[in-house]
Design a protein around this ligand. Structure first.
Ligand code: NI
Length: 261
């Protein structure tokens, strides 16, 4: 297998009815391992169940996304911790973080920060890396990550910050996930970030069902579309797709400790 998808949501209702087929199409296209990411307790359980039933090369990340905190409870968080410790399919806590794009109220920002820090602490307790969602909140994100060190590292999923902030986060050891937008003509900043990001800190992901790459914009995204993103990385890095694919896969193994296939 040449490719991988480090962040997908086959557990989203957009895949009701054909999640398994989407996985098989990915496998056929050489996209394996894939990591299915939860956003609350229910979607996290679904991610684990899919990882277990689909078989080899499918993993899960579990946690509460900053847009899904209305239902979060102490008990829910304890359950995430239990699941992280009991299932060998769980390779990260995520996606967790800050979203100041959809949430403008400072009270929400404070609440997001509280639960983000709690989940960093959880990840440190269970010895897993984190998958981070950060939108329009890079300054706060950087500060929190400086104040609350992450033991096993993590990835800024679908990185949408500046090159400058990326350089600060690189010093803290983080990886950067890039998606469909790096194939879009007008996406100057993400492209600049790919060009500047050291190849040994770069990951590709679909974030499907969202963010389909060119030439598939407007359709439901799926893990099998990863080669379009790898191609864009290779162009921005001015190297071959083969070389990029091999280097990025090593990053996946290093960060998430998924099995080599
Ligand atoms: Ni996502």
């Amino acid at each position: 297998m040449k490719y991988f998808d480090s962040h997908c949501h086959l557990n989203d209702s957009a895949f009701d009815g054909d999640a398994k087929e989407a996985f098989l199409r990915a496998k056929e296209a050489g996209v394996l391992p894939i990591i299915i990411i939860g956003w609350d307790l229910e979607s996290s359980k679904k991610a684990i169940a899919m990882a277990e039933s689909f078989g080899e090369g499918v993993y899960a990340a579990i946690g509460y996304h900053p847009e899904n905190l209305e239902g979060i409870t102490e008990e829910g968080l304890r359950e995430i911790e239990k699941l992280a410790l009991s299932s060998s399919k769980v390779v990260a806590i995520g996606e967790i973080g800050l979203d100041h794009h959809w949430f403008k109220d400072p009270k929400d920002h404070e609440n997001q920060k509280v639960w983000f820090v709690r989940q960093i602490e959880l990840a440190n307790r269970v010895g897993l890396p984190i998958s981070i969602h950060a939108r329009d909140a890079m300054g706060d994100m950087l500060q929190i990550l400086k104040e609350h060190p992450v033991d096993k590292g993590g990835v800024l999923h679908c990185y949408s910050g500046s090159v400058e902030t990326m350089k600060e986060l690189l010093k803290l050891g983080f990886y950067f996930g890039f998606d469909g937008p790096i194939t879009y003509k007008n996406a100057k900043e993400p492209k600049a970030c790919v060009a500047e990001c050291p190849t040994d800190r770069l990951l590709v992901e679909t974030d499907c069902p969202y963010l389909s790459p060119v030439p598939l914009r407007g359709t439901r995204n799926e893990p099998q579309n990863i080669p379009h993103i790898v191609k864009a990385v290779a162009e921005l890095k001015e190297t071959s797709e083969e070389a990029v694919a091999a280097a990025l896969k090593e990053n996946l193994f290093r960060l998430f400790h998924v099995k080599h296939d």
